[in-house]
Design a protein. Structure first.
Length: 200
C-alpha cells in the first residue's frame, strides 16, 4: 500500500489505524522501520518473525513502491510499507506507547552544517521515538558514520532512553539480528557499524 502525506496535517488521535484489525495476532507486537530503502531488513524481518508486524515508512516513493511489491510477491502479510516522511506520519499512525521496537538503519548523514536540520535523529525526533515506544520497547539504531553515532547516543540518552550497554556506549550485533540492505555490504567488507540498542 502506498500512502502519502504531503503537508503537516493535524494529528487526529481518533483516526489512528486499528493495527490489530490490520495484522491480526501479529499486530499484538507492532514494530516500525524508518527509511527502509531497498528493504533488506523489512523483508528479512517479516519472513523471520511471522508473529510480529512491521510497518516500514520510506520517503522515496519508488523505493516504497518496489518494497511493497516485493512484500506482496513474497506473501508477507505482516509487512506494510508506506510512502512518506516518518517525522510526519509516525505520530499520525501510532498511539503513544504502542510500538515494541523502532528500527532506524543507516539514516542519511547530511554532512553539510546547513543540512543538519534534515537529520532524522534530532531532539524533536528523539522525543517522538521515545513517546511512541511501549515501556521496555527498543530503539535499534545503526550507522556507518561514527560522528552521527556519537551525537545520536548523547541526544537519545538526553531525551530519556536507557542505554543497556552503559552511557555513551555502543552495542554489539545481536545474534538474531537481521541486516539491512546497506549493512550487508559492510558485513562483507568488514567496515565498522555503530549500533545502539536503547530502551524506554
Ligand atoms: C541511506 S538509506 C538506508 C536504507 C536502509 N535503511 C538500509 O540500511 O539499507 C536512508 C533511507 O532513509 C530514507 N529516509 C530519509 N529520511 C526519511 C524520513 N524522514 N522518512 C522516511 N524515510 C526516510 C531515504 O529515502 C533512504 O531510503
Amino acid at each position: 500500500m502506498i500512502f502519502s502525506i504531503e503537508d503537516d496535517a493535524p494529528i487526529v488521535r481518533d483516526l489512528l489505524p486499528d493495527w490489530r484489525a490490520r495484522f491480526g495476532a501479529a499486530g499484538g507486537r507492532l514494530e516500525l522501520e524508518i527509511g527502509c530503502g531497498h528493504g533488506g531488513f523489512a523483508l528479512g524481518f517479516a519472513r523471520a518473525f511471522p508473529d510480529r508486524a512491521l510497518v516500514g515508512i520510506e520517503q522515496r516513493r519508488k523505493f516504497a513502491a518496489e518494497l511493497a511489491a516485493k512484500g506482496a510477491r513474497r506473501g508477507l502479510p505482516n509487512l506494510l510499507v508506506l510512502n512518506g516522511d516518518a517525522r510526519l506520519l509516525a505520530p499520525r499512525l501510532f498511539a503513544a506507547g504502542s510500538l515494541a521496537a523502532i528500527h532506524v538503519h543507516f539514516p542519511d548523514p547530511w554532512w553539510k552544517r546547513r543540512h543538519h536540520r534534515r537529520r532524522l535523529v534530532d531532539d524533536r525526533m528523539s522525543a517522538l521515538l521515545l513517546g511512541l515506544l511501549a515501556p521496555g520497547g527498543v530503539l535499534d539504531f545503526r550507522t556507518d558514520v561514527e560522528r552521527y553515532a556519537r551525537e545520536a547516543v548523547v541526544r537519545l540518552e538526553e531525551a530519556g532512553f536507557r542505554n543497556a550497554a552503559g552511557p555513551g556506549r555502543f552495542a554489539e550485533a545481536a545474534p538474531d539480528e537481521i541486516p539491512s540492505t546497506r549493512e550487508r555490504r559492510y558485513l562483507a567488507s568488514g567496515e565498522p557499524v555503530w549500533r545502539l540498542r536503547l530502551l524506554k
